[in-house]
Each structure stands twice: as structure tokens, then as C-alpha cells.
Design a protein. Structure first.
Length: 177
């Protein structure tokens, strides 16, 4: 099942003032990136929706990752605040959530998220030498850590929580519900 997202503006009400006003002043640019099909993926290409705030003079970039059940619009208010501070920001919708399109969403697994974001990090850093910080919310925090470890192209990771799904059976059961 694909879960449709609200707009970035629909989440501003959850921010306290003055952050609400700051975030409201930064519009998200809706962009698309095609994740090419891979032999290990049974569902072909994925059209990845990415909210962006481009800042060519920014000293660094921030990649925001939502958690399970989230989407880019949910984390965009933070992205807007970071963009207002002068940082370039991008926030993708992971497959199964938001506006990202995948032929067979029921076949998407967490490892696909790791592969997709790793490839996105490589694509984003190929021709741009600025440091890239990956900030992950909830399950996106673990994803940020795994992608940084795998690619070696991430300057820093900021994570809101890290679930130990491999070593903690209680956490694994709770997430699987």
C-alpha cells in the first residue's frame, strides 16, 4: 500500500513560533530522481520524489530521511529551517511512502531503502564536493548510519534513535507489528 503524504505546509502547525514563521517562508521544490533498475531488484526503476531547497553558496548540504510511515513533507519543516539558515537541503520519499513511485511496493524491503539512499548519496556527491550531512528521524536514523558506513561519502550523521533490530528481539517484534 502506498501512503500519500500531506503537503510540507500541513506540518508547520506542529512547530512552535518563531520556527513556524521561518519554515513557512521557505518553499520546497518538488523534484524527481530515477533510481535505475538493478538486477537484484525485482520491481525495476523507481521514480523517487525529493523535496529540495537548493543553495549553491551553501557550505554544506543536509539529506533528511524520514522514518517508517513518514514521508518528506513530514520532515520538511526542519528542512525549511535549515535552508533558512543557508544550508542546501534534500528530503526524499522512501519507497512505499509519499509520492515515490515503485511498480510493486509490496516487494520493497528495508535493504532496498539502504541501497536506494546509498545510490542517491553517491549521485549527489559525484560532482559536488561540499560535505553532506545525513539526518535521520526514527528508522531513518538507522538508515542514515548504514548509508554513511556503506558509502564513505557522508561527513556526519545525526540520528534521532537507533533501533537494534539485529540484536534486540523485542525491538524487532515491535517494529514488525
Amino acid at each position: 500500500m502506498i501512503r500519500r503524504s500531506g503537503t510540507p505546509e500541513s506540518y508547520l502547525r506542529f512547530l512552535p513560533e518563531p520556527w513556524r514563521s521561518v519554515a513557512a517562508g521557505v518553499a520546497a521544490e518538488s523534484t524527481w530522481w530515477t533510481w535505475p533498475s538493478s538486477s537484484g531488484r525485482p520491481y525495476g526503476e523507481v521514480d523517487v520524489h525529493i523535496l529540495r531547497a537548493r543553495r549553491s553558496a551553501a557550505p554544506l548540504r543536509v539529506l533528511l530521511l524520514h522514518g517508517g510511515g513518514g514521508h518528506s513533507a513530514l520532515v520538511w519543516p526542519l528542512g525549511a529551517i535549515l535552508a533558512d539558515e543557508g544550508f542546501e537541503v534534500l528530503a526524499p520519499d522512501l519507497p512505499q511512502y509519499g509520492r515515490t513511485r515503485v511498480a510493486d511496493p509490496g516487494r520493497v524491503r528495508y535493504q532496498d531503502w539502504v541501497d536506494l539512499i546509498s545510490d542517491l548519496v553517491v549521485a549527489e556527491t559525484e560532482d559536488d564536493p561540499r560535505p553532506l550531512i545525513v539526518l535521520g528521524a526514527s528508522l531513518g536514523g538507522m538508515l542514515a548510519y548504514e548509508v554513511a558506513s556503506r558509502t564513505g561519502r557522508v561527513a556526519a550523521v545525526v540520528a534521532t534513535c537507533l533501533l537494534d533490530l539485529a540484536g534486540d528481539p523485542d525491538a524487532r517484534r515491535a517494529v514488525a507489528r
